[in-house]
Ligand binder design. Structure first.
Ligand SMILES: CC(C)(COP(=O)(O)OP(=O)(O)OC[C@H]1O[C@@H](n2cnc3c(N)ncnc32)[C@H](O)[C@@H]1OP(=O)(O)O)[C@@H](O)C(=O)NCCC(=O)NCCS
Length: 187
């Protein structure tokens, strides 16, 4: 398995994985193990890969994309209403005494590991690679987790040590606002 930053060569593989686990397409059997809610136009995914340099992927020996983690500046995410809401409330949250801002933090997620690779440690590898790829740009990573995605919450608190800095509501959904320093490394 290779963990790397995605290039446009990986575009189709990322989209193929995204479509299996996005809430609009996911099967009823897969849904209890988590789902992705953010959707992308082809132009947005291209900008995420090329301009934000924000897509970490895991590829198997056949070149198949088995996992991805997205990460980008708040300026990029501001195109989605949920993120606009988060940006407006960012300064209500803090990590280690530091108030979150558009300058000192970025947004990570969605993240997705193909079903057959879950629970193998691949999630942690992709997570830490993504974190390291943003470290020179930001000291803090922030994300949201839907209360009805307990597997994602378990992974982000037990497999990697993210801190729950608060909760918020948007469009009748309840979310945890999570954060961690980008200086975290895998033991
Ligand atoms: C979220 C995700 C990336 C985590 O990766 P993963 O490889 O599944 O993570 P792990 O299996 O290592 O860890 C998840 C933990 O949650 C536990 N878990 C599984 N189902 C659970 C549930 N319904 N409720 C609570 N915990 C659950 C697992 O048992 C595991 O803990 P354990 O190893 O201590 O038993 C992956 O499940 C995924 O891609 N899900 C679909 C997309 C998604 O939900 N993305 C997040 C939102 S963007």
């Amino acid at each position: 398995m290779t963990i790397t930053l995605a290039t446009m060569e990986d575009f189709d593989g990322i989209l193929a994985l995204h479509k299996i686990y996005h809430t609009d397409y996911i099967s009823p059997e897969d849904r209890p193990n988590g789902f992705v809610t953010t959707n992308f136009t082809p132009e947005q995914l291209e900008a995420l890969i090329t301009q934000e340099r924000g897509v970490t992927i895991a590829k198997d020996d056949n070149g198949r994309v088995c996992a991805y983690a997205m990460a980008a500046s708040w300026a990029f995410w501001a195109q989605w209403p949920l993120f606009t809401h988060m940006i407006q409330h960012l300064e209500e949250y803090s990590l280690g005494g530091q108030t979150l801002s558009e300058e000192n933090s970025y947004q990570y997620g969605p993240v997705c590991v193909a079903g057959e690779h879950r629970g193998t440690g691949l999630f942690e590898k992709v997570f830490y690679f993504s974190l390291a790829s943003m470290k020179s740009r930001y000291p803090i990573m922030a994300t949201f987790i839907n209360h009805i995605n307990p597997r994602s919450y378990a992974a982000h608190t037990r497999k990697v040590p993210m801190t729950e800095t608060g909760s918020f509501q948007f469009n009748q959904n309840n979310y945890y606002l999570m954060a961690c320093p980008t200086s975290l490394t895998q033991n």
